[in-house]
Design a protein around this ligand. Structure first.
Ligand code: SAM
Length: 253
C-alpha cells in the first residue's frame, strides 16, 4: 500500500504551517508540489520555501505535479469539473505509481485548508476508487478565510447566526436574502460590484498572509470602486491575484 499525507500549508504565510504539518512533511519520502500554471508560480515558490524551511532531512525528494487545465465551463459546469477531476486523478495515480514504491509515503501540499474549496480530497477518493491500493490522512491548515477575519479583527458570524461561504459565481446572482454574513472566495469577476450594495459592509483581503497583503473595508456602496481599482492595479503588477471577502448586512445602531 502507498500512503499519502494531504497537508494544509496555510494561504501564504509560512508561519501559519502547524507543528503537526511540519511533522507530517518530515515523514514523507516524496513531496508532490502542484503547479497550476505560470500565474501561480509565486505560489509554487512559497510551497518550495516551506519545504526548505521545515524539512529537516537533507536531500528530500520533491516532484512537480502539473495540474491539467480545466476546460471553459459553459453551461455544463458540473460536467466540466467532473471531467477535469478525472484527468487530475489519472495524473495523480500515474505519479503515485511511478514515484512511490509500495510502502512509501508521499505528501501533497494543499493551499490553505484541504477542506475548503479544494478538490484534493475528492480526487484522493477517485484515485482509490480506480483500484490503486492507497491510504491517506489529512492535516488541517489555516485557511485564507481565517486570515481575512484575523487581519480585519472581526468574527465571521454575528451572535448566534450562521455564515455562508460561497463563490463569486454564486454571489453574482444577488446577496442571499436569508443570510447576514457571506464569505466569498474564487471571485475572478468582482461579483461584489454586481450586487445591490445598500446596507452591506465589505471586509476585503488580497494576498492574505504574504508580504503583499492588501486590506480594505467599509460600506460596500462607498468602497467598491476603490477595491475594484486597487484589485486591478495589484493584479496587473503581480500578474495574478487571490482575494477573498466577507459581506455583512449592516445592523441599524
Ligand atoms: C481554490 S480556493 C482554495 C482555498 C484554500 N483551500 C483556503 O483554505 O484558503 C482559492 C481561493 O481561496 C482564496 N484565497 C486563497 N489564498 C488566499 C490569499 N492568500 N489571500 C486571499 N484569498 C485567498 C481566494 O478566494 C481564492 O480564489
Amino acid at each position: 500500500m502507498r500512503n499519502i499525507l494531504v497537508i494544509g500549508i496555510g494561504a501564504g504565510n509560512p508561519d501559519h504551517v502547524t507543528i503537526e504539518a511540519i511533522e507530517a512533511l518530515n515523514r514523507a519520502d516524496v513531496l508532490f508540489i502542484p503547479d497550476k500554471g505560470e500565474e501561480k508560480a509565486a505560489l509554487r515558490h512559497l510551497r518550495e520555501a516551506i519545504c526548505a524551511r521545515f524539512i529537516r532531512k537533507p536531500g528530500y525528494r520533491s516532484v512537480p505535479v502539473t495540474i491539467p487545465r480545466r476546460a471553459e465551463a459553459g453551461d455544463d459546469y458540473p460536467g466540466v469539473v467532473d471531467d477535469w477531476h478525472a484527468r487530475i486523478a489519472a495524473s495523480y495515480r500515474g505519479l503515485f505509481e511511478s514515484e512511490l514504491a509500495e510502502g512509501e509515503t508521499g505528501a501533497l501540499l494543499v493551499w490553505g485548508d484541504p477542506a475548503l474549496y479544494d478538490s484534493t480530497l475528492r480526487i484522493m477518493e477517485r484515485v482509490a476508487a480506480s483500484g490503486l491500493d492507497l491510504d491517506w490522512q489529512v492535516y488541517p491548515g489555516i485557511s485564507s478565510v481565517q486570515v481575512l477575519a484575523a487581519r480585519h479583527r472581526i468574527p465571521l458570524n454575528t451572535i448566534g447566526a450562521p455564515i455562508l461561504i460561497t463563490t463569486g459565481r454564486r454571489l453574482a446572482a444577488g446577496f442571499p436574502v436569508d443570510q447576514d454574513s457571506v464569505v466569498v472566495m474564487l471571485d475572478g469577476e468582482q461579483a461584489f460590484a454586481k450586487i445591490a450594495p445598500d446596507g452591506l459592509d465589505i471586509f476585503w483581503g488580497a494576498y492574505l498572509g504574504t508580504a503583499d497583503e492588501i486590506l480594505l473595508a467599509g460600506p460596500l456602496a462607498q468602497t467598491l470602486a476603490e477595491i475594484t481599482r486597487v484589485r486591478a492595479e495589484a493584479r496587473a503588477r503581480h500578474g495574478w491575484i487571490m482575494d477573498t471577502y466577507l459581506l455583512r448586512r449592516r445592523v441599524a445602531a
